[in-house]
Design a protein around this ligand. Sequence first.
Ligand code: KG4
Ligand code: ZN
Length: 349
Amino acid sequence: MLVLGIETSCDETAVSVVENGKRILSNEVLSSLHLHKKYGGVVPEIATRHHVELINYVLRAALGKAKVKLSGIDLIAAVHGPGLVGALLIGLSLAKVLSLALNAPLVGINHLQAHLYAALMLKRRPQFPFVGLVVSGGHTNLFYVRDYLIWETLGRTRDDAAGEAFDKVAKILNLGYPGGPVIEKMAKCGRPDKIRFPRSCLEENSLDFSFSGLKTAVLYYVRDSFGRRASKKSIRNTKIADVAASFQEAAVDTLAEKAIKACLLKGVKNFVAGGGVVANRRLREVLRRRLNRRGIDTYFPKFGLCQDNAAMVAGLGYQQYLRGIVSNLNLEAQPNLTIVPKRKRKKEI
Ligand code: KG4
Ligand code: ZN
């Protein structure tokens, strides 16, 4: 079965063709990141315009690379939340038009579930149930995943997402946007134990996250160490790499400790992570080491499937369709879509 995946929840315009939930025939992504850089974050209006202007081009490229005609597509899968409402509507409108014109079924996909599915597209794949961690620019969530349809939210961030913290710390350090890749690069030259930034645990049994305190601690440290009026140059010339490494270590430590807690609570032997921040090698290394030590296997997506893409969407669409989950043309864009456990078969959502 050939599935066309569409992803426009944030700043990536992405279309992909995937066969039987696993074999990626094409995976086209055009990011509007360069247009947001000068604002230090994604501007919804700009992201939406980018989708409008380029989605047809990306669609043609995805079909061309897969060597598939539109008429050969069996199923359409599109992200309908969470995300920026204007951006979501562009992908969703295209999906509905194609579904109608091709008489192909439509499946609405949750962006967070798709991020974890990226790790299930590997040859070596986890067994259900598992604990899943989604860490991106907009989300930091822990899930208990019983199967493709039954998900339980165990914890989420109460303020900033982990990726957002990387982006904001990079801004404080004048390193540009997005922050994750540049912080990781700087951290390689710094000492992670140089500054002890706080690890927020919240209440004793909580699996929620909080990253705003960490971000503020970095801000105060930079102000105290380099002065309120520190120029870009003077900051760069000092121990900026130590700040980056120490911040990264605190963020990674927090994510890893909550992941362990969730796995022990649920008694699972498999752990899966997904989302842009999982491109971070230090995060992978710490998660792998600490979880493996406790007999828990770890699964991460290929690096190219960590950030927003449509292959993960098409792949998950196939699995949901097999289990009787299809949508109709009333499917809505839901900016705050949450995960509700489903056990509906042959029923429209
Ligand atoms: O999943 P994603 O592409 O988009 C959202 O759904 O938000 O994630 C983007 C986020 C950004 O905050 C970016 O700074 C972060 O992922 N990121 C990283 C790395 N690469 C991207 N964070 C830490 N280390 C990285 N290597
Ligand atoms: Zn994402």
